[in-house]
Design a protein around this ligand. Sequence first.
Ligand code: MRU
Length: 329
Amino acid sequence: MSLPRTVDWQGDAASGRLVIIEQTLLPAELKLIELTELDPVIDAISRLAVRGAPALGVAGGYGAVIALRSGLGDAGLERLADARPTAVNLRWAVERVKRVAEGDPERALAEARAIDAEDVRTCRAIGEHGAALIENNMGVLTHCNAGALATGGMGTALAPMYVAHEQGRAFHVYSDETRPLLQGSRLTSFELAENGIDVTVIADSMAAVLMQKGKVDLVITGADRIASNGDAANKIGTYGVAVLAKAHDIPFYIAAPKSTFDASLEAGHMIPIEERNGHELRFVGETRTAPDRARVFNPAFDVTPAGLISGWITEDGILKAEEIAAWLG
Ligand code: MRU
């Protein structure tokens, strides 16, 4: 991958720092920021400077090191795990580091590094399995950003594209711009273009006509949390894309690691959905696009029912709905 790591740790547990790409500035500016205190870590997660379910897991693991070395204990870890509610990877990683570390920042760092390294391997495995779906000359549509900028590795939904590209296949990616925060146009098109993959940005409302014209052969998106029946929460708008794919008989796949599955939830309606500030819809950058007196509905995610999903691309292969429960154990 041609970009710096999305999330990284430099130094030892006592004085080291969490280093992240400041994603709110992309694609205009590629800037790394260093975080050494818990509140700036929570702030970076809340304002989407670091985002995407697996990247939130990796950042959460390193954030837990900072919480423990600062003596903030369980209350600090809880605030960190709560910084964003939908992506289960964040709480999963914080709780995993807490359990293993037993208060020791050195052990916490070793566990956080293990989560990071696992994510790199997992992304690669998702890519290897999913690449088989991508044939020469296909049009592949994705929504939001589930690439290197959303993980510790090469991504989830974008990983099959990177591996198919490595394997020499030529295909075209359509990236939904992904209102309201434009992760598709700002991040997905940026990282695909940086890595030499052909990409066209479309407004979310253009996916239907592209499908009608026969330009889309395959849809792959990521997920923030998947219930044990396969219902998948992902960036707002994903459900609409899945409905469109069904209407046009186009396969729709979710790519996600096991850490994104929540075996404790039977179905998607149980997944907590983050609602974000109305400011994100009332403004585009500095420009006002809706008055304060208008109410705003701004859920960050929606849930795609398992019945609309052709398969779940995981590190262990491409699963069918009926295989998920046994795989989760
Ligand atoms: O609000 P975001 O940008 O964190 O939303 C991210 C997504 O919805 C991604 O598709 C998902 O987390 C998978 S990332 C590999």
